[in-house]
Design a binder for this molecule. Structure first.
Ligand SMILES: Nc1ncnc2c1ncn2[C@@H]1O[C@H](COP(=O)(O)OP(=O)(O)OP(=O)(O)O)[C@@H](O)[C@H]1O
Ligand SMILES: [Mg+2]
Length: 358
């Protein structure tokens, strides 16, 4: 798939901008603070209904604007084209529509546009907390499956509910009977999430390994493994929840579940989180993101849109070349301060709140 026309109104630093993207590589260049990442964010918004950086709708409205923002994206797929529109006036819910039909739940937006996002900050995928790695899995799986997205939401709210009970009802007799009500549901969603993440990791790993070998000139073997302290079946999960109940009561939070898992990333048997060099960590993230593209392609037959925000300056010549080779047939929105020379790319200069095709 690829995003063609993008129209931004009162969105971040743009009053109004209209850009016609090409299906290939789109290079967005300009000075610092010109609005390059903001433009890339408009595309990201169309895939997940939120920005890659800010979380509040209100913050996405152009400062000083009387009206809310609106982003309209035309997306072209193999056999169809759609118009995705996202708007908000900062109060209440976002207004989302696909082909002018209102989308009432954000989950229904998933899959309309798929994106894979890569920026220097994404290095936290290797270096950061387990939560960052679980988010990587959740973002990909939510885009692929609405059921996953809703199960994740359900799990988060059940978990919050259970933790609140453990705190508020401490020492009370009724606590056990309340937990008995929540636990089966929690076990069911947790097992579903765990299974999906394991399966996804197992499917992603060979592709990530092959790409990583290529990017490192055959030197590094990347391994991905989903590490779960819980279990992939509902029954096992229920048993673990039961077993950990005394501890949960004492600690006042839920100690087992899909919210405690991690994704182990290593190269040649070395844990990259602890011992990887900066460049190694960065390359591992890149390999995982490129593998994500392969995964989407094999699952849906559609290629997601790749957003590369400000990452070129951080890669050496060989890794850059490896990256460009992997971009064949993938729409890429690439931001940089100086226009890099990529054969066949389209160039857009961002300046004074305007985007100009060069
Ligand atoms: N709601 C908003 N209204 C107006 N301007 C905003 C809003 N939110 C952020 N900005 C501004 O948009 C400007 C451009 O941001 P952006 O991140 O797109 O720059 P950039 O071109 O990617 O720069 P860099 O090369 O440093 O990454 C920033 O200076 C920021 O202050
Ligand atoms: Mg930027």
């Amino acid at each position: 798939m690829y995003v063609g026309r993008a129209t931004l109104e009162n969105f971040l630093s743009y009053s109004r901008a209209e850009v016609e993207f090409t299906p290939g590589v789109n290079v967005i260049y300009g000075a610092n603070a010109a609005g390059k990442t903001n433009l890339a964010d408009a595309v990201y918004l169309g895939s997940l209904g939120r920005s890659s950086r800010l979380t509040k709708d209100k913050e996405m409205i152009k400062w000083g604007s009387e009206n809310g923002f609106r982003v309209t994206l035309r997306v072209h797929k193999m056999f169809s084209s759609h118009t995705v529109e996202i708007a908000s006036d900062g109060s209440g819910k976002k207004r989302i529509s696909i082909d002018s039909l209102p989308v009432s739940r954000i989950g229904e937006l998933m899959g309309a546009i798929n994106t894979v996002f890569f920026s220097p900050g994404e290095i936290r995928l290797v270096r950061g907390a387990p939560e960052d790695r679980r988010r990587f899995l959740d973002v990909a799986l939510s885009q692929e499956s609405k059921t996953y997205f809703y199960t994740l939401k359900r799990y988060s709210s059940l978990l919050a509910q259970r933790n609140r009970m453990l705190k508020d009802m401490r020492g009370r007799e009724s606590l056990d009977s309340l937990l008995n009500v929540v636990d089966p549901d929690l076990a069911r969603s947790a097992a579903y999430l765990t299974r999906a993440r394991m399966k996804y990791t197992d499917e992603l790993a060979p592709a990530a390994r092959a790409i990583h070998l290529k990017l490192t000139g055959g030197k590094e073997e990347l391994e991905l493994r989903y590490e779960s302290m819980a279990a992939a079946s509902e029954e096992e999960f229920s048993a673990k929840l039961r077993a950990s109940r005394p501890a949960d009561k004492r600690l006042e939070y839920t100690t087992v579940g899909a919210h405690r898992d991690d994704l182990k990333i290593s190269a040649g048997g070395v844990d990259l989180r602890k011992y990887g060099s900066q460049g190694q960590q960065r390359t591992a993230v890149l390999s995982m993101k490129l593998a994500e593209i392969e995964y989407f392609r094999s699952k849906t037959g559609e290629t997601p849109v790749l957003i590369l925000d400000d990452v070129l300056s951080e890669l050496d010549a060989d890794r850059r070349r490896g990256l460009f080779e992997a971009l064949g047939g993938v729409q890429t929105i690439l931001t940089c301060t100086d226009p890099v020379d990529i054969p066949g790319a389209a160039y857009y200069m961002v300046k004074d709140g305007q985007v100009e095709r060069k």
